[in-house]
Design a protein. Structure first.
Length: 584
RNA sequence: GCUGCCGUAGUUCAAUGGAUAGAACGGAGGUUUCCUAAACCUUAAAUGUAGGUUCGAUUCCUACCGGUGGCACCA
């Protein structure tokens, strides 16, 4: 039984003994860590909450409960005190912390994991870039958040599967291909050769998309031509169009694969929109007959507002018979259900899709209620410029790979003076750059926007990814020194020691609790916030205390503590999808 | 117009309804014969406005103000 369960059980027993109706579920008993360490390791406000119903003085009730809790001699609890208006504070024993430190060393890279979600199957869909369009920094955001949530859930014992849904169908493809064909026709540019570097071919597609989008909005003739081309692509009967379509798609997917590798994501499933489009139509047709969908102006629509006034009408099949994003979403989700049958199906997108998802999920609820029930849409904020929204339609975007490359260059200048060879520097620069970017995304709650500014968004100091890496690397170099000087880490504690369990030890042992919370709330920023606090405590301690000294009897313990810090930092960073370089 | 989300130091972010609102950057001042100064130490600085619920509100409710997203054939 863990310490929190022991405390909560004891609190419930004490309440009952005091003649107060105690909550049946332990989760209703709230334990917190006081901000001020002199208030103990755990505190509960149960006396404040229960006092009113019982019509007693909260301070008296707290005193009564504390006396009972004291008398109960809870394992690992040193003493119980009351404070303020009726707080009950618990102080843990030295032995508790020493045993936890031993657990860290013993469990190593498994420390922080649990079996809380064993047996559950969870599917996470994220990143979702579209072939023929750029992989922009919004996709970077979805990837960082999705990857971290996947790792967090897996750390709690669930079987996690990752899915990437890529939009290879739809108007954006027609716009891009139209511009490519148009350029050839008017001889203003030609399609790059196969031998051209991939980056050049991708840039070509991006500029075609921007050109096609402008034409679609400004030129009615072009709009008509693009709509017709969209139909041709969907029908798949025009050989020339098919050939160009397949080529562009291949380039895009190849390009995305390079980025996933750099970011450290491995998908279990790739689903293309073209694979679910026909299923989507079939579903909509079937439920059109059953009355879920209706015809309107030649299109097939779902009147969301008929089910919930907060919802609105959306088109599922347009008047040309082509399925929209909505119909494809239904095809995708029924496919997920058949293929993976998850207990929980998580979809991560930008929050501009919130209202869209509410409508589509309502439709799914009427079609496949079990699947709708298991599905959870998590949205993240937008990466935006101070001046406004980023849009690939206008070409006003920052691509994922250019951002990584720019940050890498900056990191290289900082590594210049280090005594490392070029390959080592290059490898470290890539790891550090990805860490800096991912951390800047994961440090805050996923729902809020990030206003992007290269100079301030990607930080190397203070509350940043590189700070965490630097701390982990520094801890490693202390461990290396200990090894070379023959100081072996040893967790030992004698009653006669004058040392005290410090803030560093107290913070270290809270890691599993933080991970559990981050996993259940699907909120990676809890891990990020925790790691910064831990790193800061370690750095402060490091600056004050010499760790490695052969003639210091306390040295083996301090080396062991350093090792525990290194383990927890590395494990936490891994949950954020961040690797630690050997040196930096 | 209807509707969703968000307003915390100069700036970017934290804070399961609890004790003195916590960091980072930037500002001011300091630390390197010693394990990586991408570090450390000291210091000034904040809950949009008005009500309400509560023993207790940054957190919940209402209104207003400001920002941002969505609202029919894009994704």
């Amino acid at each position: 039984m863990d310490i929190e369960t022991r405390l909560k059980t004891a609190i419930r027993d004490a309440l009952r003994a005091a003649g107060i109706t105690a909550p049946e579920s332990l989760s209703a008993i709230v334990l917190e860590h006081p901000d001020d360490p002199t208030h103990g390791d755990f505190a509960t406000t149960i006396a404040l909450v229960a006092a009113k119903a019982a019509r007693v003085n909260p301070r008296e009730l707290a005193g009564k409960l504390a006396a009972a809790l004291s008398a109960a001699h809870i394992e690992s609890v040193d003493r119980v005190e009351t404070a303020g208006p009726g707080f009950i504070n618990f102080y843990l024993t030295t032995g508790y912390f020493i045993r936890e430190l031993e657990t860290i060393e013993k469990r190593g890279d498994l420390y922080g994991n649990s079996n809380e979600q064993r047996g559950r199957r969870v599917l996470v869909e994220y990143t979702d870039p579209n072939p023929f369009k750029e992989f922009h920094i919004g996709h970077l955001m979805s990837n960082a958040i999705g990857e971290s949530i996947a790792r967090l859930i897996a750390s709690q014992g669930a079987k996690v599967r990752r899915m990437c849904y890529q939009g290879d169908f739809g108007l954006h493809v027609a716009k891009t291909l139209w511009a490519a064909l148009h350029r050839e026709a008017v001889a203003t540019g030609s399609i790059p050769a196969k031998r051209a570097p991939l980056a050049e071919r991708i840039a070509f597609l991006g500029s075609c998309y921007a050109e096609g989008s402008r034409a679609y909005e400004d030129d009615p003739a072009a709009k008509q031509a693009i709509d017709e081309l969209n139909k041709k692509i969907f029908d798949g009967k025009d050989r020339a169009v098919n050939k160009l379509y397949k080529l562009g798609k291949k380039w895009s997917l190849q390009h995305f694969e390079e980025i996933y590798a750099k970011l450290g994501t491995k998908f279990d499933y790739y689903v293309l929109e073209s694979e679910v489009a026909h299923d989507g139509i079939a579903i909509v047709d079937e439920f059109l007959e059953k009355g879920v969908f209706e015809r309107s102006d030649g299109a097939v629509v779902f009147h969301g507002e008929k089910h919930d006034p907060k919802l609105h009408t959306r088109v599922f099949i347009n008047s040309q018979g082509i399925p929209t994003y909505e119909a494809k979403e239904l095809g995708l989700n029924t496919k997920k259900w058949k293929k993976v049958h998850p207990d929980e199906s998580i979809i991560i997108t930008a929050n501009e899709q919130n209202d869209y998802f509410r409508v589509v999920m309502k439709a799914l609820e009427l079609i496949l209620p079990e699947a709708a029930k298991a599905t959870k849409h998590i949205s993240h904020g937008m990466l935006r410029f101070a001046e406004g929204k980023m849009s690939s339609r206008t070409g006003n975007v920052i691509t994922g790979e250019s951002l990584i490359a720019d940050v890498e260059k900056l990191v290289q200048t900082k590594l210049a003076l280090r005594d490392m060879d070029d390959d080592e520097k290059k490898e470290a620069a890539e790891i550090i750059a990805v860490a800096a970017i991912k951390y800047s995304i994961l440090r805050q709650a996923t729902s809020s926007d990030i206003v992007y500014d290269f100079d301030t968004s990607i930080s190397f100091e203070g509350d940043s990814g590189p700070y965490l890496l630097y701390t982990a690397v520094r801890a490693q170099s202390v461990l290396d020194k200990a090894k070379s000087e023959g100081v072996k880490p040893k967790i030992e504690w004698k009653v006669t020691d004058k040392r005290e369990i410090g803030l560093l030890e107290r913070e270290l042992v809270r890691f599993p609790e933080v991970v559990a919370r981050a996993a259940s709330e699907k909120a990676p920023h809890h891990v990020a916030t925790y790691l910064i606090g831990l790193a800061s405590l370690f750095n402060g301690w490091y600056a004050r205390v010499p760790i490695v000294a052969a003639d210091d009897p306390g040295s083996p313990y301090k080396v062991a503590l350093t090792q525990a810090v290194r383990i927890v930092l590395a494990n936490g960073l891994k949950l954020l999808g961040i690797k630690v370089p050997d040196r930096m």
